[in-house]
Design a protein. Structure first.
Lengths: 311, 247
């Protein structure tokens, strides 16, 4: 059941349509990712969803509420962690979260929440003395303190080191396990692939694609690249006969096979039948990163064509 | 605890953690009186020009007013301007908290600081320099708090709209000096030309000096001066809530 519905959202700054007709819906209990290049309109979209921006046209429904007209009620039910928000340098972690707790009707137990986010030992630290990861986790804690139904997290892991990023991912999964629907804006494909049930790719203010990570990868073919060094020479023709194989190349003593579907099994069984040992066997799979680049660059070139035709 | 109380508690602690704001807020009026009394020759002597009162007698209420103006127009606005500039208000904006609560918290904290600072200044003046004990202490406290509320409302309005802490400071200063001038900081109100004194009567700080001077030396402050301060406090305070910008 969708709990966020956005239809034909348009937001214009000056003469540019930053958001140019975005439509999507988010189902209860899922982690919904919004990805796209810088300036694609991701942040404007989520800021409209939480009622900070008034759309120029389009319809937004969040939990049956209109984000602009019912803004107060919306803030009770939607926790948001937005970019460029911060706290006072000298505020203590416990002071900040206790204060934020007092803003809501049904606040969570802030001590428990800090423990859950790994900030239990930092309760007495001042904000300025926290690491980047700790600040982000505190910001997540503040977004969750009001027991929201939906959490909106914008560029949560930007600027974090890989370790802090991973621990933040665990946090996000735990939020979902608690039954909170998560809208996650990111430009890390690894993050989107690992966390999101569904992803919307936004480019130049429009929706370029929507689907699960697997569906998006599938859409661009889902190629797999096999590399190995055969113990004995192998005939290219034999490999090419396999329906799963698309092309075969030689790089020095290595064979590189590009294929699809169950190509790994097809190639390894052929090698086994020929009693050839494959040394240094490696499989590279197309990831969401490739799919994303394909989807966005595809739109770019199409967009350019249109412009050229127009001029 | 309610949101306003929580905000007040946290803002109070943050105020105490800022040594410069704390020093200026709490000690400045008392220190200024001490410096005037100790280093200006003849400042504490009875003067025939002033009908037997000393310059310090006349200046004591002005120093109290100066302390309030400093707190309200110099210290307060950059706090909110800085919150806006740094994104602290942006973070708060996603919560159900109403701007009136944020402004109330600042008002309460600054009133508390003013109360301590004002008491310290009165004690210093009386104990060190033989200034008369305030004759009508309740009226003096009432006038002082109304003056504080009117000054802080103006500071809140500046803080409600200024984009950065620097612009808040600049706007605050732009109001600070004319306000002090009209309060008799450089030309005592008693020797101001009539038109100027009428303008002074209508400003919150001019009314404040008159009301505090009267209370100190045994005359109940006029309803007019109290009304001027109250109207400024309420009207500008409501305006601050109405015009408050998160970003």
């Amino acid at each position: 059941m969708p709990i966020i519905e956005v239809e034909g959202l348009v937001k214009t700054y000056g003469k540019t349509n930053v958001v140019d007709g975005i439509t999507f819906s988010v189902d209860e209990g899922e982690i919904f990712g919004i990805v796209g290049p810088n300036g694609a309109g991701k942040t404007t979209t989520v800021e409209s969803v939480v009622g900070l921006r008034k759309p120029d046209s389009g319809r937004i429904n969040v939990l049956g509420l209109n984000p602009i007209e019912d803004r107060f009620e919306l803030t009770e039910q939607v926790g948001a962690q937005l970019q460029e928000g911060r706290l006072q340098d000298k505020i203590r972690v416990s002071e900040a979260i206790e204060m934020y707790a007092s803003f809501y009707r049904n606040p969570k137990d802030w001590r428990k929440l800090l423990d859950q986010l790994g900030l239990g030992t930092k309760a007495d630290s001042q904000y300025r003395n926290l690491s980047g990861g700790q600040k982000q986790r505190l910001s997540v804690a503040l977004a969750l303190i009001g027991s929201p139904t939906i959490a909106v997290l914008d560029e949560l892991t930007t600027g974090l080191d890989p370790q802090a990023r991973r621990s933040t991912w665990d946090t996000i999964e735990r939020i979902r396990d608690d039954g909170v629907t998560v809208v996650l804006v990111t430009h890390f494909m690894e993050e989107a692939e690992r966390l999101c049930d569904r992803i919307m790719v936004v480019d130049q203010g429009r929706v370029a694609a929507t689907g699960s990570p697997a569906e998006l990868i599938e859409r661009i073919g889902g190629d797999q690249l096999l590399r190995f060094r055969p113990s004995e020479p192998i005939d290219d023709a034999d490999l090419k006969e396999l329906v799963e194989v698309d092309s075969v190349e030689h790089r020095g003593s290595n064979v590189v096979v590009k294929g699809h579907g169950n190509v790994v099994h097809a190639v390894t069984s052929l090698l086994a039948r020929r009693r050839i040992i494959a040394h240094e066997f490696r499989v590279d799979q197309t990831g969401l990163e490739d799919a994303y680049l394909e989807i966005t660059s595809d739109r770019r070139s199409r967009g350019n064509d249109v412009e050229r035709e127009a001029s | 605890m309610t949101a306003t109380m929580q905000l007040t508690k946290v803002e109070g602690r943050l105020f105490v953690r800022d040594p410069i704001a704390l020093f200026f807020g709490l000690v400045f009026p008392a220190l200024l009186l001490v410096l005037l009394g100790a280093f200006f020759p003849g400042f504490t002597d009875p003067s025939p020009d002033l009908g037997g009162a000393s310059y310090l007698d006349v200046y004591a209420p002005i120093v109290l007013a100066l302390g309030l103006a400093t707190l309200g127009l110099v210290t307060l606005p950059p706090i909110l301007g800085g919150y806006r500039q740094l994104g602290i208000l942006r973070r708060l904006r996603t919560t159900p908290v109403h701007p009136a609560r944020l402004l109330s918290a600042q008002l309460i904290v600054h009133l508390a600081v003013a109360l301590v600072a004002g008491s310290a200044a009165v004690v210093a003046a009386v104990a060190l320099f033989d200034v008369d004990v305030p004759q009508l202490p309740i009226w003096l406290a009432t006038s002082y708090l109304l003056a504080a509320a009117s000054m802080f409302s103006i500071g809140l309005l500046v803080g409600a709209v200024a984009r950065t802490s620097v612009s808040a400071q600049a706007i605050g200063m732009g109001i600070y000096f004319p306000m002090l001038f009209l309060a008799g900081m450089w030309i005592p109100r008693s020797i101001m030309p009539d038109t100027l004194r009428t303008v002074s009567d209508l400003t919150p700080l001019g009314a404040a000096v008159q009301a505090m001077e009267d209370s100190w030396f045994g005359v109940a402050p006029s309803a007019w001066t109290l009304a001027v301060m109250a109207i400024w406090a309420v009207v500008v305070g409501l305006l601050a809530v109405r015009m408050f910008r998160w970003e």
